[in-house]
Ligand binder design. Sequence first.
Ligand code: PLP
Length: 423
Amino acid sequence: MHYFEYQNGELFAEQVPVRRIAKEVGTPAYIYSLATLKRHYQVFDRAFARVPHVICFSVKANSNLAVLRTFAKEGSGFDIVSGGELFRALKAGADPKKIVFSGVGKKKEEIEYALDAGILMFNVESEQELAFLDDVSRARGKRAPISLRVNPDVDPKTHPYISTGMKKSKFGIEIKRSAELYKKALSLKNLEVIGVDCHIGSQLTSVGPFVDALSRIREYLDRVLVGYLRKEGANIRYLDLGGGLGIQYKDEEPPRPEDYAAALIQGLEGLDVTLILEPGRVMVGNAGILVTEVLYLKETDEKKFVVVDGGMNDLLRPALYGSYMGIRPVVERKAETIVADVVGPICESGDFFAKDREISRPQPGDLLAVMSAGAYGFTMASNYNSHPKPPEILVDGDKFYVVRQRETLEDLIRGETIPPILQ
Ligand SMILES: *Cc1c(COP(=O)(O)O)cnc(C)c1O
């Protein structure tokens, strides 16, 4: 569900013609719909209304300050994976008591920053991290609230690059070793054990793997942990089930948040914990588009290419995962349908938005909208081939705001110097 719709053959972002925004800010440009962002948060939050819960939006999906601010104002917490994301969340007005810190490679400075900010908890991913976190906390005169990220070894049936909860994954702690590590955590004076965490993958299109992960953790909790941890005086108050709910890019039929919530809530029965959820994609994916302009139509005997001014530097998903992204004309025109690759200007054959796509024959100057680009879009953008990063625009009803300026050529070389020996 989103607010990008056609009116008289022309694509609108809420009440603003996309063409008008493109004319004013240029292309390529990301456009987000405020009403869609709010709606997604509210639908998700309402789905879990029956149980105590904290929603921690996964900052890596879209870390623009205005987007984070939107969620903070709705009451959202945040799931961060770096000190940089903590900085952004705090700048956006996040409540530190609703921030969880995930990731396999937390550095000393990042841990200190999060301890000083007073976050809700650290999701610890290895034995060494546990000991290190204790050391850093002691030196800081603090106690770090922690959960262990356990790896329930379920197959989320998604792209291998975004499967994170299987045995061979670098993420989390093998579930059968977790009792041992909980024991260790309890023996460390500067840690406070408060939760269990897992995150099995991204873009999941059925509830099965979530339910399986929950039941594996549940079985484990009931059998081993709760009795033992209670005896040792630990109080597991939080169960963090991560993110991962998928969205529709093409013809997927992901579960609705209501169904996802119902399945999880059922699996929680009788457990006295506050649920933490870390949705990313489902919050922002369909709330954003990337608008790009057609530069050339290139035809060979073999193939047709629509060359556009946005590329893998702006939106990496097709190049990285071979993902399907919907592509729509910003202004519909009557033209023959052709089959073409939609490609960018980057000097890589992996630089494409679509392969062998049926598309109505565009002309140079036409605008195309890459749909569902709000998640893992701008956050994965780079300056490869020295293209300035695109602007980000937030639409609210009939108004729009530039919430990140297009980078300039000067931005490209900021921080670089030519040393005296070369002068
Ligand atoms: C990426 C990530 C998420 C968000 O995943 P989505 O599929 O975008 O919902 C949540 N938690 C952790 C630990 C992550 O790494």
